[in-house]
Write a protein that binds this ligand. Structure first.
Ligand code: S3P
Length: 440
């Protein structure tokens, strides 16, 4: 075992039961820090995700002179400095594993008066940034990257940005949000057209903080020259974290969980729709709104799942949930086919290859394709699998153990803390037989 390796040992069997509150939404937590920092006046955030990714965004704004108190039990207080109030950081902004931090900050920081550098860990340093750098350059930004558009990004200060009319080549909320954030600082109109709907948290929060924005079909349009007002921002539990327990409860006999106050934004609810198509027993209780975002308590009971052809239009709406949906497919009767999901290859790991390798080790018939996977449901064995530092892969294989015949030992799990601090405790409390070996 490497000195700093964290291993999950998941014993076979068990069921999940009870009321569970998973941590706050990662995407919304990033945006709350970013927009609260460049708003005028104070913002009080509740339900903030105290995971490493969102904390990297928080530290970046502290390094740019924003006074931020907390997090303390999910509460963060920000004294917003206004659009023009950020200060030059003394060192590169290190964003760890967080692609969302890097892509959104590239846009928000492209028109500041100072030079700065955005850097990340080994995984983030391999991820493609040209998808944001190229359109930002068209807006007038001056940004240098390492070879092939990889991080670090060096942004030259003092540039004047112009609005851009841009058709996204891929369905990506990070690219969309990056350009909208750059558009706040640009002269004229920025218009982004998406090939398919993606998470719209930036649009909702911009509006909530008072920035006018027009949405027509797949086109989002805003103009520079307005202001954001500090506000109270309450953040729902993350549907992407709830997804692990949705699949766990579906595949493990005798399960019945209530996942409290989970965000069910229709641009994020693909996991619910896909699981229901597979025969899952999911009900939404007490639907309501929280700061402009729809939320509900999600009740999931075990069910017999069957394989499906996953409708391609649901792919962007469940883009982070495929690792655990592959586990659902491995437990379903018949074949599940995913297509149109090439983006999975450029996430925190190549999620198609890494999941296919792990599933094969566990005796599941999984065939990766360029843009998806074929999985033949059946029995799950046991053995050693590697998460490749990808939080969602680690948690997905931990869920698989509920239906495994032998223990599953999962290597390289430390990054679970990027999105789901407390996962192991909550999983044990719910009834999963998971232990941790090693520590950081
Ligand atoms: C995110 C957008 C998605 C998602 C990521 C968070 C966001 O990425 O995978 O975890 O907060 O905007 P892409 O825009 O690359 O699809």
């Amino acid at each position: 075992m490497l000195d700093n390796e964290l291993i999950f040992l998941s014993e076979p069997g068990g069921a999940v039961r009870g009321k569970l509150r998973v941590p706050g939404d990662k995407s919304i937590s990033h945006r709350a820090i970013m927009l609260g920092s460049i708003a005028e006046g104070a913002s009080e955030i509740n339900g903030f995700l105290e995971g490493e990714d969102a904390l990297a965004t928080l530290q970046a704004f502290r390094a740019m002179g924003v006074q931020i108190e907390g997090p303390d039990n999910g509460r963060v207080n920000i004294q917003g400095v206004g659009l023009g109030g950020l200060k030059a950081p003394h060192a590169p902004l290190y964003l760890g594993n967080s692609g969302t931090s890097m892509r959104l900050l590239a846009g928000l920081l492209a028109a500041q008066p100072f030079n700065l550098t955005l850097s990340g860990d080994a995984s983030l340093s391999k991820r493609p940034m040209n998808r944001v750098v190229e359109p930002l350059r068209q807006m007038g930004a001056v940004i240098e990257s390492a070879a092939n558009g990889r991080p670090p990004l060096h942004i030259k200060g003092g540039q004047k940005l112009r609005g851009l009319d841009y058709r996204l080549p891929m369905a990506s909320a990070q690219v969309k949000s990056c350009l909208l954030l750059a558009g706040l600082y640009a002269e004229g109109t920025t218009c982004v057209t998406e090939p398919a709907p993606t998470r719209d948290h930036s649009e909702r929060m911009l509006r909530g903080l008072g920035w006018p924005l027009e949405v027509q079909g797949r086109q989002i349009r805003l103009q520079g020259g307005h202001r954001l007002r500090g506000s109270a921002i309450d953040i729902a539990a993350d549907i992407s974290s709830a997804a692990f327990f949705m699949v766990a409860a579906s595949i493990a006999d005798g399960s019945d969980v209530l996942l409290e106050q989970v965000g069910i934004n229709p641009t994020r609810d693909g996991v619910i729709r896909i699981l229901r198509l597979m025969g899952a027993d999911i009900t939404l209780e007490n639907p309501r709104e929280l700061c402009g975002e729809p939320v509900a308590d999600i009740r999931v009971r075990s069910a017999k799942l069957h394989g499906i052809d996953i409708p391609e239009e649901l792919v962007p709406l469940a883009i982070d949930e495929f690792p655990v949906l592959f586990i659902a497919a491995a437990c379903a009767s018949g074949c599940t086919v995913l297509r149109g999901a090439a983006e999975l290859r450029v996430k925190e790991s190549d999620r198609i290859q890494v999941m296919a390798d792990g599933l094969k080790t566990l005796g599941v018939s999984a065939t990766p394709t360029e843009d998806g996977m074929h999985i033949e449901g059946g029995t799950i064995g046991g053995g050693e699998v590697w998460a490749h530092g990808d939080h969602r892969i680690a948690m997905s294989f931990a869920v698989a153990a509920l239906r495994a015949s032998r223990p599953i030992r999962i290597h390289d799990c430390a990054n679970v803390a990027t999105s789901f601090p407390g996962f192991v405790d909550l999983a044990q409390q719910a009834g999963m037989r998971i232990e941790v070996e090693g520590n950081l």
